[in-house]
Design a protein around this ligand. Structure first.
Ligand SMILES: NC(=O)C1=CN([C@@H]2O[C@H](COP(=O)(O)OP(=O)(O)OC[C@H]3O[C@@H](n4cnc5c(N)ncnc54)[C@H](O)[C@@H]3O)[C@@H](O)[C@H]2O)C=CC1
Ligand SMILES: O=C(O)CCC(=O)C(=O)O
Length: 447
């Protein structure tokens, strides 16, 4: 089996050798899915995984725009349409200077499995730009988003490809892009999700990824007779996912100790309570400042520049910032400090070495493609509401989100139970996500 997996990975490497993040994501899936394919006759000899690692379409385009000084800026835009076997391409747009084809291909590949896990009919895609929103004025953001959409619009549509937010793309950017799409197409459709509530957005979508991650962790803990109540929680990031993971953890009786950004982390020993979290939301969402500014209002907290929060003693860790933000050494430190559960809010935040430590330590570990699927699931619910021309209440959407996260958890248990009764949530998520897409691909023939 080892040789089979290596031969497959060598082939993928030959074609994508310069794409380390993509190869990392493929390796993690191949290690669990290839043995499953070998055991299941119907998938044998069909090269399904080889087809799944090749995007159906990869679009790259120039985005020219004028900054506030009158200078012309040029960025690169992308949309990766990875797999449409079970529904229209669906997945976020990331605006960050590190964006490149490797990062977007890893995200699009993960998205295919994640969307399949949600039980909703969504294929997988991802896109974005190497545009850096940091320090840009609202007008510059608007001009960039408009310029980006003047090309993207011809590749997407509410039945074709439905983008949404990701790092650097929130409600403000979705608004600007939706406006330009509507103008160019002269149609008001649910072509993007994450829209404002008064113009087609779903309640709870902003909260959904962070809440969903905590619901997933809650399911893992409940299975062991445990809960969030009274637990200490370390969270990385301070953006959309981190903020709402913190909100839900606090609501469930946990004490949130940390938040971070790319410059460092804050550690508040007394706990970041609801009021303090509101202030974080003001710093990050309104002022668009740095997490270190927390100390201007709460000087009793500590700020550690240039570090990540994983040396802080905690019961539960929720990495909610970005890929490869938790390495093997940090994973060891978390376990040595008594951490019992790691649930990924970000996409692929744990390095392979970190995952190895979590598995060796036999602690609860949820891979992002399962635990952060609440965001895209609620995007799926936004698409349903748009089609029905209805808006569901907060309670209705939240209750569906909870049910979906429980279904995803239970699918992971179904496909990921080891002989000793422990659950390999990585294996469970990969196989459960694979089966639905593979069955659809088989039914649709070689296309
Ligand atoms: N927004 C959503 O609905 C979903 C987001 N995700 C994933 O969650 C993660 C966070 O996304 P959002 O919160 O939406 O983005 P955001 O733009 O709202 O926040 C990103 C956060 O990550 C921090 N960050 C970025 N680069 C960093 C670095 N190199 N080191 C440390 N911190 C860094 C930023 O300072 C910020 O706090 C990403 O991995 C994203 O792909 C996953 C599922 C859905
Ligand atoms: O809601 C969506 O379509 C995008 C979510 C996303 O980008 C993700 O799950 O990583």
């Amino acid at each position: 089996m080892k040789e089979k997996i290596e031969a497959f990975l060598d082939l993928v490497k030959e074609r994508n050798g310069h794409e380390p993040e993509f190869l990392q994501a493929v390796k993690e899936v191949a290690e669990t899915v290839i043995p499953y394919i070998a055991e299941n006759e119907i998938y044998n000899g069909k090269n399904i995984l080889l087809r799944m690692v090749e995007p159906e379409r990869l679009i790259s385009f120039r985005v020219s725009w004028v900054d506030d000084t009158g200078e012309i800026q040029v960025n690169r835009g992308y949309r990766i349409q990875m797999n449409s076997a079970i529904g229209p391409y669906k997945g976020g747009l990331r605006f960050h200077p590190t964006v490149n084809a490797s990062i977007l291909k890893f995200l699009a590949f993960e998205q295919v499995f994640k969307n399949s896990l949600t039980t909703l009919p969504m294929g997988g895609g991802k896109g974005g730009s190497d545009f850096d929103p940091k320090g840009k004025s609202d007008n510059e953001i608007m001009r960039f988003c408009h310029a980006f959409m003047t090309e993207l619009f011809r590749h997407i549509g509410h039945n074709t490809d439905v983008p949404a937010g990701d790092i650097g793309v929130g409600a403000r950017e979705i608004g600007f892009m939706f406006g330009m799409y509507k103008k160019l197409n002269n149609t008001f459709t649910g072509v993007l999700t994450g829209k404002g509530a008064s113009w087609g957005g779903s309640l709870i979508r902003p909260e959904a990824t962070g809440y969903g991650n905590v619901y997933f962790a809650q399911n893992m803990l409940q299975r062991k007779g445990d809960s969030f109540d009274g637990k200490t929680v370390a969270i990385s990031g301070s953006g959309n996912v981190a903020q709402y993971a913190a909100e839900k953890a606090i609501e469930l009786g946990a004490k949130v100790l940390t938040l971070s950004d790319s410059s460092g982390y804050i550690y508040d020993e007394a706990g970041i309570d609801s009021e303090k979290l509101k202030h974080v939301m003001y710093i990050k969402n309104d002022k668009r400042g740095r997490i270190s500014e927390y100390l201007e209002t709460y000087p009793e907290a500590k700020y550690v520049a240039g570090e990540r929060p994983w040396s802080v003693k905690c019961d539960i860790a929720l990495p909610c910032a970005t890929q490869n933000e938790l390495n093997g050494e940090e994973a060891k430190q978390l376990i040595d400090n008594g951490c019992i559960c790691v649930s990924e809010g970000a996409n692929m935040p744990s390095t392979p070495e970190a995952i190895h430590e979590f598995q060796k330590g036999k602690i609860l570990f949820a891979p992002g493609k399962a635990s952060n699927a609440g965001g895209v699931a609620t995007s799926g619910l936004e698409m349903s509401q748009n089609s029905l021309r209805l808006s569901w209440s907060r309670e209705e959407v939240d209750s569906r989100l909870k049910d979906i996260m429980k279904d995803i958890h239970d699918s992971c248990v179904e496909y990921g139970t080891n002989e000793d009764g422990t659950i390999d949530y990585i294996k469970g998520a990969n196989i459960a996500g694979f089966v639905k897409v593979a069955d659809a691909m088989l039914a649709q023939g070689v296309i």
